[in-house]
Design a protein around this ligand. Sequence first.
Ligand SMILES: [Zn+2]
Length: 440
Amino acid sequence: MQDKTMVNIAKKQFDLSFSMIDNFEDEYMWKYWELQRAQWSNYFEGGNLDLSKFDLEIYKIAKKFNGKVSQEDRRDRVASLIIIKDLVEKNPLVSNLRNKLDSIDNYTKNMSKDIKENNMIYNLALANEMKEDVLELINIRNHLSTELGFSSYPDLILSAEEIDRSNLINLLNDFVEKNLNKARKIIEKYNISWDNWFNDLYKIGSTININYNPLELIKLLISAFGFEKVEERIQINFSEEGYSGYAAQFSSNDIRIVVEPLKSLNNINTLFHELGHAISYALNEEQGVFKILPCSYDEAMAVVMEYLAPMILLSREEQEKVYEVATLEYVRCAISSLYEFDLWKNPEKAEELYVKHYSKLGIKIDTPSIWTLDTFRSIDPVYIHNYVIGATLAEKIISLFEREMPSKYKHWGEWLFNSVYINGRCEPLRKKIKILGDLI
Ligand SMILES: [Zn+2]
């Protein structure tokens, strides 16, 4: 008798938790897609929606289901990881301050015309205005994370992403060690300066004239991999102003990218990157929470496409330039993420650490107080390492392809589809790429 009751209770609990995850998915996914649409509307359709309101609704769902979803299977586990991250990131204290920092107007109101006219003085003044809020945001995020039982905010984020911290730190250090000399030579070759870094990088890509039709390039790439079925699901938009590139997903069959018209190699590179995001979304055959790719997977696979597509579509000379820019970009990202992990431990030493880390590039850093302007410290914290995961992954994938299936692009496509894309977040990224080593 007693045994039977126990069985019934166990069964009831199972049913309860089963419907709990269903309920969570029903409520959450709807809000999740709604937020993606709202962001798109604000960025590209002149919308003026208050994103904090969307954040708050997601926060309420996270609070409601926190601790109620069991850990029985993968779907529950993924839901719990999403909830944990949202409990901090969508907390109104974080969300409001983050959205405030996202809008520069909040910090320039009292600046005189003289200050605004001189770029360097303006940046320093802006960095100074934002400093208090950036530090406050670090504090709040750390505090909320420790309340949830994590040792720090980076610890919470890496757990939610299913990344092993020491593997990641090794990956970042290896990347810097392997590429630093190459990067320093490229910096010297093109006379790249710290204050003008991104413009200088753009100039490398502009040293070659290009003449490609973007839609043609996309078609060629998609058919080389045998991914024709994604074509009708991805909408391509062109925009001259604002974002150099953006990718978003509103449902399984509504995936959009925005890129600039192809004026230089850098634009082509961005096109490949955004297409990398879009292909990851379009080839994910899962549903519900498995549709939401963790940032590490999402960003890394976009970077992988930046490395693979030029091998198939660009000339040798063009490839060389693309990889020069990539080396500079991702060495900087690797140094930047190592800086960031140090910063979370010692925010009061921000400027000292800034000089210590970035000086590795062999560039003179005169204005370390500029660190607060870097959006990777406030808007997208503990994120920038994802690009370096992508660059490392690309290198491993390329050597596998060249060793086992050289120039057989359809086979490359099959490998990517079966090993990575097909089951979305149903499996952690580190498990999908296990064959390439313990990268993360
Ligand atoms: Zn991206």
